[in-house]
Ligand binder design. Structure first.
Ligand SMILES: Nc1ncnc2c1ncn2[C@@H]1O[C@H](COP(=O)(O)OP(=O)(O)OP(=O)(O)O)[C@@H](O)[C@H]1O
Ligand SMILES: [Mg+2]
Length: 216
C-alpha cells in the first residue's frame, strides 16, 4: 500500500497554491509535513484523500488512480481505506461521541461494535464519554473524538491535519503513539501536518511544503 503523489499542482485562478509536489509514502511509513500558514498543507492532504481537485499531476494509492475515480467511487475508496483527522475536527453535532466514532464502521456496513468504540475512546483518553454530545466537549476532547473516528476502522492511509494542535504535551504524546501504532503495527501510511516539533521529530521523514514544491 503505497501513496504516490506525482508532480501535483493546484491553483486558484491564476494563483498557484503549490506546484511540483512529488512524494511517495510507503506502508508502515510516517511522513510529517511542515510549512507556513496558508502554504497549502490542508489542501494537499485533501487532495491525497480525493476531497479536493488538482490541476496537474496524479495521486495513486496502492495502484488506484484517485483522480480518475468519479465522486461515488472516490467516496467508496475513501470509506474503505482512509482515516482523516480534519484540522477543524468535523465531529457531527447531532450525533453523540460513540456514534461519531462508530460512523466509519457503520458506513462500511460492519456490525455495531460497542467494544471497539469503547476501546478507541479509552485509547484517546475519553473513557465513558460515548453518550456525550459534541457541544458538551472541550476543543481538545473534540479533537480526540476526531482521532478515534479516524482510527476505528484501521485505515491503510491515515491523514492527520494538526491532530495535536489543541492538546497538552502528555495527551499529545499519547495520541501520537496511537497514530504511530496504527502505522507500525498495521502497516498504514501516515501523513501528518503539524507545527509541533515533538510530533515532527517522531516521523521517518520531515518535509517542508513551499509554493515551489516539497523538500526535505
Ligand atoms: N476556495 C478557495 N479559493 C481561493 N483560495 C483558497 C480557497 N481555499 C483555500 N484557499 C487558499 O489556499 C491556500 C492554502 O490553504 P490551506 O488551508 O491549504 O493552508 P494551510 O497550509 O493548511 O494553512 P494553515 O497552517 O493555516 O492551516 C491559502 O492561501 C488559502 O487562502
Ligand atoms: Mg491547514
Amino acid at each position: 500500500m503505497t501513496l504516490r503523489i506525482s508532480n501535483l499542482g493546484k491553483h486558484y485562478g491564476e494563483a498557484p497554491v503549490f506546484e511540483n509536489v512529488t512524494l511517495d509514502v510507503q506502508s508502515g511509513e510516517f511522513v510529517a509535513i511542515v510549512g507556513e500558514s496558508g502554504v497549502g498543507k490542508s489542501t494537499l492532504l485533501n487532495c491525497m484523500a480525493g476531497l479536493d481537485s488538482w490541476d496537474q499531476g496524479t495521486v495513486t494509492h496502492d495502484g488506484t488512480d484517485i483522480g480518475a475515480l468519479d465522486g461515488e467511487a472516490c467516496a467508496l475508496w475513501r470509506r474503505k481505506h482512509v482515516g482523516f483527522v480534519f484540522q477543524a475536527f468535523h465531529v457531527l453535532p447531532h450525533l453523540d461521541v460513540a456514534q461519531n466514532v462508530s460512523l466509519p464502521l457503520m458506513l462500511l456496513g460492519q456490525k455495531k461494535d460497542d467494544g471497539r468504540v469503547a476501546h478507541m475512546l479509552d485509547a484517546v483518553g475519553l473513557p465513558g464519554m460515548g453518550a456525550r454530545l459534541p457541544q458538551t466537549l472541550s476543543g481538545g476532547q473534540l479533537q480526540r473524538v476526531a482521532i478515534a473516528r479516524a482510527l476505528v476502522h484501521r485505515p491503510a492511509l491515515l491523514l492527520a491535519d494538526e491532530p495535536t494542535g489543541n492538546l497538552d504535551p502528555t495527551t499529545a504524546a499519547k495520541v501520537m503513539e496511537l497514530l504511530i501504532g496504527q502505522t507500525r503495527e498495521h502497516g498504514a501510511s501516515l501523513v501528518l501536518v503539524t507545527h509541533s516539533e515533538s510530533a515532527a521529530a517522531r516521523a521517518d521523514r520531515l518535509l517542508h511544503l513551499t509554493a515551489a514544491g516539497i523538500r526535505a
